[in-house]
Design a protein around this ligand. Structure first.
Ligand code: COA
Length: 250
């Protein structure tokens, strides 16, 4: 019915995104944008998990030996502001890191009451990405964006709705149906009017792309910092990070 469903599906790692998955996501958005029978994209995760953010093992491999090219994630972040057709998402459960920041580029987001939204960039020695440093303060004001992105406070579904990050809370059992029905309604709108209206609401993507680039330069530097390496190693080794031995300026 004019809707393309993109499902993030890596249950064994809580839908953490790898380079391969970023490339597949980009292809899916490109294919749907180019397909005249598709009017809207819908992004789902799995029951209980939308996306646990970037694969931390890949981050560690990049930090230690440049093993993971960053191009795939950077290409995905650069794709988000220029997806041509509307995107609807259904979030059930865990949404972490880019699993949260990508939502700000979507048009309608429905989430189950069990969902929680967390962006622990700072705790990983990193900086916010996907233009979240620009778009989240615009959406929810500086203080609440600071709480989410810097303090790293997880937001419940209620808080996410209050902040404008999601449209509605829907029980997990009816979540996908709710998102699909909204996407179907979009698919029945006059396509050119829909395209123009969405572009007007989103505005010129240039500022957003510039911010993504600025963040990416810092993110790339931070990835190889001793702070980040300690945080990634701690995650992989299932222990608490210990930043106390790092000297100031690391
Ligand atoms: N990268 C790589 N692997 C991840 C991952 C990630 N971002 N998130 C989860 N996993 C893996 C775990 O290592 C574990 O793998 P294992 O079974 O081989 O040991 C598996 O997924 C299950 O995760 P677990 O931590 O046991 O599940 P949980 O339900 O207790 O917690 C999370 C889920 C998402 C809260 C927790 O895994 C987490 O905090 N992940 C890191 C999220 C993050 O910081 N992302 C990066 C943001 S920039």
């Amino acid at each position: 019915d004019g809707v393309q469903i993109i499902r993030i599906n890596r249950p064994q790692k809580k839908n953490a995104l790898t380079s391969v998955m970023y490339r597949e996501l980009i292809s899916a958005f490109d294919d749907g944008d180019a397909d005249p029978t598709v009017s809207a994209h819908v992004v789902f995760g799995l029951k209980g998990v939308f996306c646990a953010g970037n694969d931390i093992g890949e981050f560690l491999s990049f930090a230690q030996n440049g093993g993971m090219p960053l191009e795939a994630i950077l290409a995905f972040l650069g794709k988000l502001p220029v997806i041509e057709k509307p995107v609807v998402a259904g979030v059930d459960g865990i949404a972490v890191g880019v699993g949260v920041t990508m939502l700000r580029h979507f048009d309608l987001v429905y989430a189950s009451p069990e969902s929680f939204f967390s962006t622990p960039f700072l705790d990983l020695g990193l900086v916010p990405e996907a233009a979240s440093s620009l778009l989240m303060p615009r959406l929810m004001g500086h203080q609440r964006a600071f709480e989410l992105l810097v303090l790293g406070e997880p937001f419940s579904a209620d808080r996410a709705r209050e902040c404008g990050l999601i449209n509605e809370i829907e029980p997990s059992s009816g979540l996908e149906e709710r998102a699909l029905s909204a996407a179907n309604r979009l698919a029945r709108k006059p396509p050119e009017a829909l395209r123009l209206a969405r572009r007007l609401l989103l505005g010129d993507p240039k500022n957003v792309l510039d911010r993504i680039k600025l963040e990416a330069d810092l993110f790339r530097e931070r990835l190889t910092s001793p702070e980040a390496i300690e945080a990634f190693q701690a995650f992989v080794e299932k222990r608490e990070p210990d930043f106390s031995k790092l000297t100031k300026g690391d």
